[in-house]
Design a protein around this ligand. Structure first.
Ligand SMILES: Cc1cc2nc3c(=O)[nH]c(=O)nc-3n(C[C@H](O)[C@H](O)[C@H](O)COP(=O)(O)OP(=O)(O)OC[C@H]3O[C@@H](n4cnc5c(N)ncnc54)[C@H](O)[C@@H]3O)c2cc1C
Ligand code: FES
Length: 290
């Protein structure tokens, strides 16, 4: 996918919702960004007003082009995110974006399997909604979290071929648009698969018809160990897989090389910048099969 234009705008805080475990959803009026943002893109956002404070990268979770807003979901982990959690409605925060490439299906008849872990959930939600809305495609979505899920969890009425018995916890927002989803956690939450999200994904995959299985394309965002595990099971099942990586970022526009990652392509190693060459990469170049 081509890189979108990167806009710099003073985004107005429209809403800030506090969720359990220091998670927040912030809605920003950022019409330029909202008009072109695609699933997988992120914004580089001012979090506080102290002089010289660095912006922080956050994936866009939802957008509304006509109304001109974007939403991000974030967890407080340090000073930047803590300051953002104190933003007030009406505040203006400088937002650069959308930045980076987006998730993309490679074949028209592909069946998308979307996997999100922790703060990797936002771009997965965006992609699932967009696939349904723009391409009429229904993805299978699995998401995992070890803290309370940052959204309304429902017990799904849809039974899903290949899904282990009793696993019926689903994301309400996706249920409402008839996109099947299932949740995993090791915290014993009702209806969730007891294990990691990549284990749930592989269990479901192993239970479906082999013809369907061969059409699966996997898209994942989450912590590094989860991405590595997803890459490994995709290699085992010979599935195409795109991973959204997270790295520390200073400039977010390709100038500082602070976000470099090592990739291996055709046996050659080189560095790529997560901000502008990614954040989405083919799993096989990030974690080559051994
Ligand atoms: C492309 C991209 C998309 C992201 N999307 C989201 C999102 O949707 N929601 C969300 O909550 N977070 C997201 N993040 C992570 C978010 O940018 C960091 O949590 C944030 O920058 C932390 O800033 P801080 O000042 O609060 O914490 P800091 O004080 O900077 O760091 C606190 C802790 O978090 C770790 N950390 C900080 N930044 C990163 C990073 N980029 N990758 C891995 N570990 C990090 C630090 O090592 C430290 O342990 C994303 C990161 C990237 C690169
Ligand atoms: S953050 Fe500066 S090059 Fe990516």
């Amino acid at each position: 996918m081509n890189q979108p234009s990167i806009f710099v705008e003073q985004a107005r805080v429209l809403d800030l919702v506090s969720l359990p475990a220091e998670q927040y959803v912030i809605r920003l009026q950022a019409p330029e960004c909202a008009s072109t943002v695609a699933p997988g893109n992120f914004i580089h956002l001012q979090c506080d007003h102290t002089p010289y404070a660095l912006k922080r990268p956050f994936s866009v979770m939802r957008s509304h082009a006509e109304a001109g807003w974007i939403e991000i979901l974030f967890k407080v982990v340090g000073s930047g995110s803590a300051a953002l959690a104190k933003a007030r409605i009406g505040d203006h925060l400088q937002a650069m974006g959308p930045i980076g490439n987006g998730f993309e299906l490679s074949a028209e008849d592909a069946i998308p399997l979307l996997i999100g872990g922790g703060v990797g959930i936002p771009p997965i939600v965006f992609f699932a909604e967009e696939l349904k809305k723009s391409a009429g495609k229904t993805a299978m979505v699995v998401m995992g979290s070890e803290i309370p899920f940052p959204f309304d969890v429902q017990h799904s009425q849809q039974s899903l071929a290949g899904m282990p018995k009793g696993i019926d916890a689903a994301m309400g927002l996706l249920e409402d648009i008839n996109v099947p989803s299932r949740l995993s956690s090791k915290q014993g939450y009702a209806g969730c698969f007891d294990g990691y999200v990549h284990e749930l994904a592989e269990k479901w995959l192993s239970g479906i018809d082999p013809h369907q299985q061969s059409k699966i394309e996997v898209f994942a965002c989450g912590p590094t160990p989860m991405l590595q595990a997803v890459a490994t099971f995709c290699q085992r099942h010979q599935l195409k897989c795109q991973l959204s990586l997270e790295e520390h970022m200073a400039c977010a526009v390709g100038g500082c090389a602070g976000c470099n990652v090592l990739i291996t392509e055709n046996g050659q190693q080189s560095m790529r910048r997560v901000c502008v060459d990614g954040p989405i990469f083919d799993a096989n170049i990030v974690y080559p099969a051994v």
